[in-house]
Design a protein around this ligand. Structure first.
Ligand code: SF4
Ligand code: FES
Length: 257
């Protein structure tokens, strides 16, 4: 039988994007230490519903570190105290009996609060729509060996593709910059042969869309520390290099250089 603990929660409640928010205090009692942080919130919500109170709004989908929706700031740390984990992978054994835990939404102008702990991350979608794809007619599935991909390139592209779009990098950055997310989404395509045709256009458009919504990177590296997938900040350097090249190459392609 697993052990249990009692914790006090201070949770940000906000009825809507324009409403004034506040912290509310809730007691979570007899929570198994093996349960996840989100399961603990489920228990609190069941009690709130039983009492006729509005449950706490928070997002989750996969609950196994894949979808990137469980975006919570826990005791001032994006996704809580465990490194390399999304909130859904955080277990209550990471806390002590009697702890007070502060739970907030991501705080960034580009991620307006929808309600309570749920924020609108559609600014990320805008960046992806600007160029985070390969626009080729795929037809039927090609032979797997048709396009040789160097092992080093495919491994590095895979590291970038691990980004789940959660937004912890933005929430942790003192400038609310989105360089780690954007560079991961650019480089998982730019590093592969299939991504070369649109490499320069993609880089320019995605970086410039990012700059419309988010702050600038000043190399704090808090993004990497907060990232549940530990995306290396090297990708930001690769993207800065590609962006400078893109500005020259795109002008040439337009016949202006
Ligand atoms: S880079 Fe990391 S922290 Fe940022 S969105 Fe991707 S997975 Fe989340
Ligand atoms: S719920 Fe999908 S990553 Fe946490």
């Amino acid at each position: 039988m697993s052990e249990t603990l009692n914790v006090t929660l201070q949770v940000w409640r906000q009825e809507g994007p324009e409403a004034r928010g506040r912290f509310e205090t809730y007691e979570a009692r007899n929570i198994p230490t093996d349960s996840s942080f989100l399961e603990m919130l489920d228990v609190v919500n069941e009690d709130l519903i039983e009492d006729g109170t509005e449950p706490i709004v928070f997002e989750s989908d996969c609950r196994e570190g894949i979808c990137g929706t469980c975006d919570l700031m826990i005791d001032g740390q994006a996704h809580g105290p465990q490194k390399g984990q999304a909130t859904c992978q955080l277990h209550m054994r990471s806390f002590n009996d009697g702890d007070t835990i502060v739970v907030e939404p991501w705080r960034a102008t580009a991620f307006p609060i929808i309600r309570d702990l749920a924020v609108n991350r559609s600014a990320f979608d805008e960046i992806i729509m600007a160029g985070g794809y390969i626009s080729v007619p795929t037809g039927s599935a090609p032979d797997a060996n048709l396009t040789p991909v160097p092992k080093e390139g495919s491994d590095t592209a895979f590291d970038a593709a691990a980004c789940i779009g959660c937004g912890a990098c933005v929430a942790a950055c003192p400038n609310s910059a989105a360089q780690l997310f954007t560079s991961a989404k650019i480089q998982h395509l730019n590093l592969l042969p299939q991504g070369q045709a649109e490499r320069w256009e993609r880089t320019e458009k995605m970086v410039e869309t990012m700059e419309m919504y988010f702050g600038s990177c000043t190399n704090h590296a808090e993004c990497h520390e907060a990232c549940p997938k530990e995306i290396p900040i090297d990708f930001i350097a690769y993207t800065n290099r590609d962006y400078i090249k893109a500005k020259a190459k795109n002008r040439k392609l337009a016949g202006q250089a």
